[in-house]
Design a protein around this ligand. Structure first.
Ligand SMILES: NC(=O)C1=CN([C@@H]2O[C@H](COP(=O)(O)OP(=O)(O)OC[C@H]3O[C@@H](n4cnc5c(N)ncnc54)[C@H](O)[C@@H]3O)[C@@H](O)[C@H]2O)C=CC1
Ligand SMILES: CC(=O)C(=O)O
Length: 377
């Protein structure tokens, strides 16, 4: 199969969808890899390092998209890339379609076979989301600490406090990958950390991991309101796979926070959990202030630490890309339930139930969408 890797063009997106090691794996299996010139530079991979691994460097994005069967990306395509969509194209990338209605429409109309990293599922885990959630969760505590500094717009506290002065309070809503990693770093920074999750079993696991260093609370509107009101930093880390994130933190709750507090809405890629987060921010302009609270809502946080993120991401994506390339997409999907769960759009149909329901489309199962006879039957 011919596999194309365009340069990422989202604001400050420095990751790339493949490393030289990934190229070697694909080329050794008999595939061709075409990489847009300089696509790896943001992650410190030169054109020469890709060529030595066996890839072909292509000058422009249009040629990468038009001359390959599968495009591997990091971020969801932005509108200037929709023109490259076509019926016989496989797109393997993050998509977050519940929060991207225009992209969902463009993929449907074009007939692209779109496989979303974030919904590929093995049992109840999301292996292609996990490494970036680890990165973003760890960053969230770090970023929160930074914006709590007075010169960055915050109230001017050090999360650890110092002897004789109380510590800062961090509330993490959602105790999955992002939440656990945010808690780990916030605890490491010396903060007083509370985590809220819907699942009592998850809270038990977190209690086993962190012991008395972490307060666990069941997630309900009462507990969220209390925790948010007391917190200096609130981190949004909830996910219902594929679906638009629920607005768990209301405007009233945000108003109850003291001036100069900070919100980091990591779940913004699925629409965000704070009512007061009304737009996605960028690494160039990461925050805005509403009701006296600093809001951070960057949807590609790991793009700021590309040397870590690109390797972590491609460690998990390349084995799935190999399956698709080796078997052909349809056989690979039908033989691997994990990959089938990643399919969000096929043959003009939305094939992920939560996406269809959030965007108001009919849901068609992957098997039926891949076999048009079934749809008409
Ligand atoms: N902004 C960015 O750059 C990045 C954003 N993300 C996003 O972060 C979000 C979280 O991802 P993960 O931690 O990997 O998901 P996860 O599936 O590991 O964890 C989500 C947690 O939310 C909990 N949850 C569900 N409903 C809840 C509720 N009402 N109250 C409290 N908890 C609830 C679940 O029980 C689960 O423990 C996702 O939207 C993901 O796409 C991930 C990486 C980068
Ligand atoms: C998960 C995601 O969308 C990201 O890492 O940018």
């Amino acid at each position: 199969m011919r596999i194309g890797i365009p340069k990422e063009i989202k604001n400050n997106e420095n990751r790339v969808a493949i490393t030289p090691a990934g190229v070697v794996a694909l080329v050794n299996a008999g595939h061709e890899v075409l990489i847009e010139m300089n696509a790896g530079l943001g992650s410190s991979f030169t054109n020469e390092s890709y060529q030595e691994a066996g890839a072909v460097i292509v000058e422009d994005a249009a040629s990468v998209w038009s001359s390959t069967e599968m495009i591997m990306k990091v971020k969801e395509p932005i509108s200037s890339e929709y023109k490259y969509f076509r019926k016989d194209l496989i797109l393997f990338t993050y998509l977050h379609l519940a929060a991207e209605p225009a992209l969902a429409q463009a993929l449907k109309e074009s007939g692209v076979l779109a496989i979303a990293y974030e919904t590929v599922a093995v049992n109840r885990t999301l292996p292609l989301l996990t490494p970036m959630s680890e990165v973003a969760g760890r960053m969230a505590a770090q970023i929160g600490a930074q914006f709590l500094e007075k010169n960055n717009g915050g109230k001017g506290i050090l999360l650890s406090g110092v002897p004789g002065v109380k510590r800062g309070k961090v509330a993490v809503v959602g105790g999955g990958m992002v939440g656990t990693n945010a808690a780990k770093i916030a605890i490491g920074l010396g903060a007083d950390v509370t985590i809220l999750d819907l699942s009592p079993d998850r809270l038990r696991q977190l209690d086993d991991i962190f012991g008395n260093e972490l307060t666990t609370l069941i997630s309900n509107p009462y507990n969220i309101a209390e925790a948010v009101k007391e917190a200096d930093l609130v981190i949004g880390a909830v996910l219902i796979p594929g679906a638009k994130a629920p607005k768990l933190v209301t405007e009233e709750m945000v108003k109850s926070m003291s001036p100069g507090s900070v919100i980091v809405d990591v779940a913004i890629d699925q629409g965000g959990i704070f009512e007061t987060v009304d737009h996605i921010t960028t690494h160039d302009n990461p925050t805005y202030v509403k009701h006296g609270v600093v809001h951070y809502a960057v949807a590609n946080m790991p793009g700021a630490v590309p040397q870590t993120s690109t390797v972590a991401l491609t460690n998990v994506t390349v084995p799935f890309a190999l399956q698709i390339a080796n078997k052909g997409a349809i056989k690979a999907i039908l033989e691997n339930d994990a990959l089938a769960k990643g399919v969000n759009v096929a043959n003009g149909e939305i094939t992920f139930e939560a996406v269809a329901s959030d965007l108001g489309y009919n849901y068609v199962s992957v098997e039926n969408a891949l076999n048009p006879n079934n749809i008409n039957a």
